[in-house]
Each structure stands twice: as C-alpha cells, then as structure tokens.
Design a binder for this molecule. Sequence first.
Ligand code: ATP
Length: 268
Amino acid sequence: MSFIQVKNLWQEYGDQVVLERLNLRVEEGEFCTLVGASGCGKSTFLRMLLGQERPSRGQILLDGAPLPGEPDASRGVVFQRYSVFPHLSVRDNVALGLELPRSPLLGRLFGGAKREARERAAEILAKVGLGHALDKYPAQLSGGMQQRLAIAQALIMKPRVLLLDEPFGALDPGIRKDMHALLLELWRETRLTVFMVTHDLSEGFTLGTRLLVFDKVRHDPQSPNTYGARVTYDIPLNDDRRAARAAVAALPPAVTGGLQSDSLGARA
Ligand SMILES: Nc1ncnc2c1ncn2[C@@H]1O[C@H](COP(=O)(O)OP(=O)(O)OP(=O)(O)O)[C@@H](O)[C@H]1O
C-alpha cells in the first residue's frame, strides 16, 4: 500500500474542468516536484492534498484512509509569501503552532507549557538559520529569512507531508540556492514526503526524487475549459541521473515553454 494514493481525482469549478482523472501513488519520503503550464491546476492539487479543498470526484488516501477533510498537523504548507503573522515576533510566529491546538480559545499557553513551546520554537528556528532573530518581527526580515520562518512554522507541527507552493519563487538566485541546501538538509533529516510546485524546471530537477509534469492530454480549442490536466510525465530523478536529464531535456516545449530551465544542474 502506498503512503499517498490519488484515485481518479477531478476538480471542476462551475463548467471549468481543472484536473481530470488524476492517478498517483507516492511512497513515504519521496520528494515530488510539480511543474506545468500556468493555470493547469498544480496549486489546486496542493490545496486538495492539504485538505483545504474537496475534489469534485475521486479521492486521496493517506496510509490507506481517506484524507482528513480539513488541514491538520499531518500536513504542513509553505506558500510563496505572506504566510507569517506580521504582528508576532519570529519566535511567537513559530510557537503559535503549538499553542493554538492546545489552547484554542485563548491561543496562548502559560507557565511550563509556554516555556516548552518557546524552547521548541527556538530549536527549530536555529535549525533553519534564524537562531539570531528570535525577537525580530517579520517586517525586519529579508525575503529569504521570511521563507525560513515559514518553513519553521510548518516544521514545528512535525508534519508527515510538506506542501510547498513556489516557496522560493520570489527570492534572488543566490538566496534561492541557500534555501535549496537548507530544504534538502531538512528533508534528509526528517524523511518528510514533499510536494513542491515550481516554475523553475532546473529547481525541480535538482531537488526532487521525482518530477511530475501536469498538462492536458485532451484539448478543445473551441472550449478550452472542457478538459482538465493530469500528470502526463512522471520522471524518476534518483535512479539514473543521466537518463533523468535526457527525459527532462526531451519534454515538449508545450510543457516546458513557460518554465525557466537555465541548466539541469547537479544536486546541491
Ligand atoms: N476556487 C476557485 N474557483 C474558481 N476557479 C479556480 C479556483 N481555484 C483555482 N481556479 C482556477 O483553476 C485553474 C487552475 O489554477 P491553479 O492555481 O491551480 O493553477 P496552477 O497550475 O497552480 O497555476 P500557476 O502555475 O499560474 O500558479 C485556474 O484557471 C484558476 O483560475
């Protein structure tokens, strides 16, 4: 039995079919990178994995059981930006994740429990390289530091699945490289199952163990919304890097046209 199983998944908004007949099996610890043309449903798929949205048809199983209908601690998420609370310090942004579920009314813990949450937050923040910025506020952080904070926020809940929606898309190339190294280090340490949407093909190739390409197999030029996308290429990246590089380089321009792909570099 696979860790995650996607069975005949559809998502429709009104008369627009966004995803159709999506089938996928993912094992625990895989790092899936998701690429595809703009608007083909990658973020929609992540929202369904998160439990933020229900599919129109089909289902997603986690460990053989239907995915909980709402986001919970089993899945963490990092968006491209704006996912931190501006009025809370760096440390409180992360500790809040532990405080809210245990004190849903006040959103605050006291005494020993609070100390423990703050200590745990400081540990995770040190791990993502923000140990020196515990008392700063998000507005005082650079873009890269804000994304480190967002990753720490997701990790403190010890999720089994980490969902990343273009997490480094707004960062400068140098900072992005540092973030790649950090993400790989965290992934290797935790053996999380990762789904990461990216517009950068070389990023997807470098980081992932598996590249999932989303595209439509059916088109009606008169009615472009009639058919949805699904996974059209599923390229293993770990087994044979040379074969993987060739497979990615051979992807049709219709798929890779809008994607950046400076070089299919070596793994960080
Ligand atoms: N809640 C919603 N209601 C109606 N339409 C929606 C909703 N969410 C997404 N869509 C539509 O679904 C399509 C797919 O959107 P989605 O954001 O999933 O694509 P994407 O592949 O992530 O795009 P991008 O690469 O540009 O981020 C778009 O046409 C979008 O307008």
